[in-house]
Design a protein around this ligand. Structure first.
Ligand code: GLV
Ligand code: MN
Ligand code: MN
Length: 409
């Protein structure tokens, strides 16, 4: 099946008709439909499907004949199928669809793996439902306590354990899977570029160099609910005001330190137009070129939050929801990608990124690398995210080249 047909079969799943964006949240019906799509794509290719204990999907292309020599570890590619609220079609799915298409390309060229080759789709990469980014790969790698993960609530108070159980997955089994990881020799994730460096460089493909350290912090301001038409300004304890100060402080701190900081989510309770709020919760997303800079940004924002909360007689709690340290992709694997592409005349600059990926989490346990596919505007986490069909095809060709050299050579 061509890339276009495979891509087209995934496109309708979880798409919101009004915004044109995707709402594919972990362990929901849209997620189940994505899982069914993955299973069917694997079955059409005679790939052996496994759902690991953490709900990540794997499609295995086993080498023919008896098991390979000891130490013949798997080459794994893939990405994720979940989305941010109203996300684009490409962030995650491009890597999964390209992986299946790369397998098709290798087979059409008569290539056969000499070591296991797998396509993975990691669960809850965006953390859109349970707040922790890369939850599936974090659990797999032992980077989060399984008990704490089971208790993570979504916006309605449904826990991860409850949502998994309702979707037919046993939450008691989640946690590190050292045997599975020990069988993986390399993970290569193809992803749409989330920036426009490639457009500026006039190249279709890049090789990932590093991921900025980044994280999410939840700030909860608790005030005194009151009447908007009668409570005197001097008497108010309005949690919206220190929250507003935080939004501005985040922007200032990011600019001052050469970093990025975003407040993209806020809830006000009880949410009445004509009342001072009882509670305002806001989420800070901060990212920096190194950990010292990231910490400086977060320190500045938290200090501003404390000052503003105290000034308005409002309570404040702040907690990190997920923090990912700086990641440098494996230099040896990166070199192998570079020579595979160079040998086929594919120009691929090396780029850093501020976006998080399962490859970044897994880098602590196995050699990982990334390929990026040009995004003409650089816009991502938005329905406007885009890659041209010719660039998607170039991505499949590049991934197939890398998989051929790593798994079939
Ligand atoms: C994932 O896309 C992230 O960087 O938040
Ligand atoms: Mn994303
Ligand atoms: Mn992604």
């Amino acid at each position: 099946m061509s890339f276009a047909a495979l891509w087209g079969s995934l496109l309708p799943i979880g798409r919101d008709g009004l915004s044109g964006g995707y709402r594919r949240y972990a362990w929901t019906p849209a997620d189940a439909a994505c899982r069914a799509w993955f299973t069917q794509a694997a079955a059409e290719r005679d790939l052996r499907v496994l759902t690991d204990r953490n709900g990540n999907l794997w499609a295995w292309w086993d080498p023919p004949g008896p098991a390979g020599p000891a130490g013949s570890k798997a080459v794994v590619t893939g990405s994720h199928l979940d989305s941010v609220p109203d996300g684009g079609a490409f962030d995650g799915p491009l890597g999964v669809v390209s992986s299946f298409a790369a397998v098709d390309m290798l087979r059409a060229e008569g290539r056969v793996p000499v070591r296991p080759l797998a396509i993975a789709a990691f669960s809850e990469e965006e953390g859109a439902r349970f707040g922790v980014a890369c939850l599936g790969s974090r659990l797999l790698a032992g980077a989060i306590d399984p008990g704490a993960a089971r208790a993570l609530p979504d916006a309605e108070g449904v826990t991860l354990a409850e949502a998994m159980a309702a979707a037919g997955h046993d939450p008691d089994g989640i946690g590190p899977d050292d045997d599975l990881l020990a069988a993986v020799g390399a993970y290569v994730e193809l992803h749409i570029e989330q920036g426009r460096a490639l457009a500026d460089l006039d190249a279709a493909i890049a090789i990932g160099e590093q991921i900025w350290p980044h994280g999410r912090w939840r700030l909860e301001f608790t005030g005194r609910p009151d009447h908007a038409g009668t409570a005197a300004l001097a008497d108010r304890h309005d949690p919206m005001l220190p929250f507003a100060a935080v939004v501005l402080a985040a922007r200032e701190a990011a600019a001052a330190h050469g970093a990025l900081a975003t407040v993209g989510k806020v809830t006000a309770e009880p949410g009445a137009v004509n009342a001072v709020s009882a509670r305002v919760s806001g989420w800070l997303d901060a990212r920096g070129p190194d950990e010292r800079v990231l910490q400086a940004v977060v320190d500045d924002v938290l200090a501003a939050a404390r000052d503003a909360a105290a000034g308005h007689g409002v309570g404040l709690t702040a907690a990190a929801e997920s923090v990912t340290p700086a990641v440098r992709f494996d230099p040896g694997l990166r070199e192998r990608l570079a020579s595979s592409l160079a040998a086929r005349g594919i120009r691929a600059p090396v780029l850093p990124t501020g976006a998080g990926h399962d490859a970044g989490v897994l880098a602590a346990r196995v050699p990982t690398a990334m390929l990026f596919v040009r995004n003409p505007t650089g816009v991502s986490h938005s329905p406007a995210e885009h890659a041209e069909p010719a660039d998607c095809q170039a991505g499949v060709r590049a991934l197939a080249a890398v998989l051929e050299d790593l798994a079939c050579g």
